[in-house]
Design a protein around this ligand. Sequence first.
Ligand code: SF4
Length: 601
Amino acid sequence: MIEETDESFCRRYFGGRGFISYFLLKEVPRGAEPLGPENKLIFATGPVTGVPVPGSGRNSVGAKSPLTNIYGDGEVGGYWGAEFKHAGYDALIVEGKAEKPVYLWIDDDKVQIKDAGHLWGKPTKECQELIHEELGNNNIRVAQIGPAGEKMVRFACIINDLGYACGRCGIGAVMGSKNLRAVAVRGRQKIRVADPEGLSSIAKWYRDNFKNIGWPRMLHSHGTAARFIDINRHGGLPTRNFQTGLFEGAEKVSQDAIVTALKGRRGCYACPVKCKLIVSIDKPYRVDPAYGGPEYETEAALSSVCGIDNLEVLLKASELCNAYGLDTISTGVTIAFAMECFERGILSEGDTDGIRLNFGNAEGMLRLIHLIARREGLGNLLAEGTARAAESIGKGAEEFAMHVKKQEIPLSEPRWKPGTGLGYVVAPQGADHNDNIHDIWYETAIVNELNNFGVFEPVSVNDLGVNKVRLLYYGSMWKQMQNCLVLCWMTSYPVQKIVDIVRATTGWPTSVFELMKMGERCIQMCRYYDIREGMSKGEDKLPERFFTPIESGPLKGYKLDRIVFEKAKNIYYDMAGWDRTTGAPTIGKLQELGIEWIADT
Ligand code: SF4
């Protein structure tokens, strides 16, 4: 069924996370089982998706998360989002469950459900090749789960065009629960925009200037891994399950090591930054360049956090995760959890299928990736994620499960970046790096940009006072706004340029104020959804490890102060208009944003 939306709906919720949270609140019954037919899988673009400016090639996919049991989504780059928009759609909502494996073929306005029995169990590359062959066109864009999504691994992801992962919250498991292997799209329609010349001049400005903007310049040269060694030098590189922040083997798996295997670069629709590395090796493993290469989070998750300094294994592990459709962050952090349990005698070789699972066991990590994706042996337990695995194991394993709200923590150290740590606990989907501020940037780098938000002075990295919390709240609004536009934040557009892009695309006379309010509306909708689904305020917490000192390295002795952290959390609640007792948005805040209807869902 095709539904039309009106302009007031689009202007209030924009797209991406705004659409996903809206449809979850409106259409998914309270208490729905995430892997049951009542849950809905929502692919969403934003108003700027597919228009010819850099950063516009992304899409979001969301659902009630089987990992966290609350709001879940991921965002992904590449070309699928733009292709889908060119087919004439803003969103796709998948309901119920197919009786047998299927895939969806969207060819402009023709939509077909096709048999996927022959695709089931295949790695993502083989599946994509079979779809291309069957439909007779290698330019068809494919978003798909891999075998891990079929097995409903709770941190399975969706892979676009083989190398772009919609990674977090186990959205791939929801797709698997619906027996939906892939969504193939071909779109040939023109996207109408209000001011084509205006958009062209913004795109030209970006092409001419992005190498002068610090972050895109670094991305262009080394991808998101550009700061790996720098982070290690500071002592903030999560190592051996976050026990320390200095990895002695970092050079061997650094950005400079990765580029020795570089075969090319790729990017996303209309973007000159091309921040995705394509790597390949032949020995001792063959690593297929079709799967791209590791970004920072993947790099740290599959090296330092597991104590592994083997470049070839890192590249192979990254490839395997894309071939199976596994979120690399959760995969690495879950394996690191198992390694720590093994080292502390909580797990034995009898539990680990005979693997001596010490930190640094590179072959052991590769084997566990296979076992997790296939849900075999210990892999079946770890496929549940660290929190559930720890609960099953018992014997104090919970202490070593590094998660927030059951989602594994990304590779930023909260004892170094306390604002990021606070961001992990207040984010609607549990620990996530894409909603967040990264404290180091606000000490110097982008303060001028924040003048637009009324932030006039740098805020020091270690600060967790009211200035940092205000920065986090404003930063969260801005990030959510970009999640609703589904515009790549890594392009680092100046604030006013984003306003200009929205104006030129939609013709709406929008402003920074309106966009910030839209981001805030999204924060509140997601938060309300979490509370509605039974999340308690008590779950807004970090693992105990972050309140104990870092063991070694330049940040040795750093820890979060519990009193300061709790105070900062309460300041955030107050700024966000969340009740300090229940953690729920107050009715006044909902009314201010024009979304009081959500209290009746
Ligand atoms: S900056 Fe990188 S991730 Fe963002 S749109 Fe450009 S190529 Fe894609």
